[in-house]
Design a protein around this ligand. Structure first.
Ligand code: NDP
Length: 485
């Protein structure tokens, strides 16, 4: 019997599911059991061509609709997603392995938020009038054209919506390629958008590995590329986009600092460290994986952290009591195990976890290392798994310098009761998305994105509109034209 997660076909192009089984098969393996639950096929050059051609052909008419009309479709899609949240959350869990306890509240719901938010903004995207005496300039905020979205595997529904919603609100069309590790959810997003009335060709989904992404990014019809992925992939995709002078948004990796001062509320700081390291089994780009704890509270913090981490309910992701699921796949589990071994070998003190769980599926124990020093591999490289590094510090000046001593700059958090210090420290940290006495909140109303090697551009909020539109300026002369001859 076909598994319920098996999609109707591999791709969604020009308003319909499309199959081409001559593409390389991409098996979809459920991370909690290791069983294959579905298969899709990578896009062949013919499929890539169909998707780009349909996106290109649909764009002008889509952009000519009023913003209110476009927004209504996006908001209708948000309503459908909310109505079908349970079913979509189950699919997200099959796609990623993340526990239903998370997917019910974080994935389809945040996708719906993006569709609702940008749907609401679509009708108010305007230019301005710039008076110049008798003459004037007016500006028109125009769509960029055809956009390519390329996703990572940790939030397949959310990433499709975070890219698709602002792109479509501005009058662009999109070809979206999910990660090969999680190909299922973006297809549902496309299906629901069309159920909500989206014209054919406006949002297309094609499957494939890096080479399909590469073919999309280098196509001359494409005006903008938005990637969520690792920094090394980001560098390649950014360079390829630059060849064609395309607009980009790069949402890349991080090694973000979380700074906990002696005066912090310990329970909140421990809660922030747990959320910022173990949610989605640590597969979150903005995670605060370098937890700097001021010396006075270090042992108290570690004791409480170990105690609360012991309360993680590791098990069947479909059981709503489960609070910690498997890694997305065996490969990622092995990468993370390699980092855990490096942490041990380089002399970090293992506080808890540190091994694979003795059960089927790709489960790792939530792992905390203390006495981590700045030069250790686990303090320098993005692990993308449930591995927290706790580092000690003494002074504010010292911790700010050490927190900034990384190529990355996605997020940063500070826990303290001294608000003057909190704002001063945040002001000095090189990061795009910051938190005070909290960690990893990502409401659609707030800009999200990184500095340094963590990326270019911002998703969410009104900022995203700037990254999916461009301004045309028009000078209007009321009098005669003066010419030299
Ligand atoms: P990858 O960088 O490996 O892949 C990202 C996407 O790019 C995938 O769809 C991948 O395809 C595709 N791709 C790979 N090579 C190319 C290429 N040459 N041209 C075009 N596309 C290409 O990232 P992961 O999927 O492993 O995701 C984890 C990473 O994503 C982490 O570094 C994480 O920090 C980051 N991330 C960043 C977020 C942010 O908002 N800043 C949010 C979430 C994750 P395929 O994998 O199918 O081969």
């Amino acid at each position: 019997m076909t598994h319920p997660a098996q999609p109707k076909a591999s791709h969604f192009i020009n308003g319909a599911y499309v199959e081409d089984t001559s593409g390389t098969p991409i098996p979809v393996v459920y991370a909690a059991s290791g069983e294959q639950i579905a298969v899709v096929h990578a896009a062949t050059p013919a499929i890539v061509e169909q998707a780009l051609a349909s996106g290109k052909a649909a764009q002008k008419a889509w952009a000519r609709m009023t913003g209110t009309e476009r927004g209504r479709i996006l908001r209708r899609a948000a309503d459908i997603i909310r109505a079908r949240n349970h079913e979509l959350s189950v699919l997200e869990t099959y796609d990623t392995g993340k526990p239903l306890q998370e997917t019910l509240v974080a994935d389809a719901t945040s996708g719906a938020d993006a569709l609702e938010y940008f749907g609401g903004l679509a009708g108010s995207l305007t230019g301005e009038h710039i008076p110049l005496g008798e003459d004037w300039v007016y500006t028109i905020r125009e769509a960029l054209g055809l956009c390519v979205g390329i996703g990572a595997w940790n939030y397949p529904t959310q990433i499709a919506c975070w890219k698709g919603a602002p792109a479509l609100a501005c009058g662009n069309t999109m070809v979206f390629k999910p990660s090969e590790a999680t190909p299922l959810c973006a297809l549902k997003v496309a299906e629901i958008l069309h159920e909500a009335g989206l014209p054919a060709g406006v949002f297309n989904v094609v499957q494939g590995m890096g080479e399909v992404g590469g073919a999309l990014v280098t196509d001359p019809r494409v005006d903008k590329v938005s990637l969520t992925g690792s920094a090394p992939t980001g560098k390649k995709v950014y360079a390829a986009a630059a060849e064609g002078m395309k607009h980009v948004t790069m949402e890349l990796g991080g090694k973000s600092p979380m700074i906990i001062f002696d005066d912090a509320d310990i329970e909140n700081a421990v809660g922030g460290a747990i959320n910022g390291n173990f949610y989605s089994s640590g597969q979150v780009c903005s995670n605060g994986t370098r937890v700097f704890v001021q010396k006075g509270i270090k042992e108290k913090f570690l004791a409480r952290l170990a105690e609360r981490t012991g309360n993680a309910v590791i098990g069947d992701p479909m059981d709503e009591a489960t609070s910690f699921g498997p890694m997305v796949n065996e490969n990622q589990m092995n990468i993370v195990l390699g980092y855990i071994e490096k942490g041990k070998a380089e002399g970090a003190r293992l506080i808890c976890g540190g091994a694979r769980c003795d059960m089927p599926g790709w489960y790792l124990q939530p792992t905390v290392f203390a006495d981590v020093t700045d030069g250790m591999t686990i303090a320098r490289e993005e692990i993308f798994g449930p591995v927290m590094s706790v580092l000690d510090f003494e002074t504010e000046e010292e911790v700010v310098a050490r927190a900034n001593d990384t190529e990355f700059g996605l997020s940063a958090g500070v826990f303290t009761k001294d608000f003057t210090r909190a704002h001063r420290v945040i002001g000095n940290l090189e990061a795009g998305s910051c938190f005070i006495n909290s960690y990893n909140d990502a409401p659609v109303e707030a800009p999200f994105g990184g500095v340094k090697a963590s990326g270019v551009g911002r998703e969410n909020s009104k900022e995203a509109i700037k990254h999916y539109s461009q301004v045309k300026s028009v000078y209007v002369r009321m009098g005669d034209v003066e010419a030299a001859f």
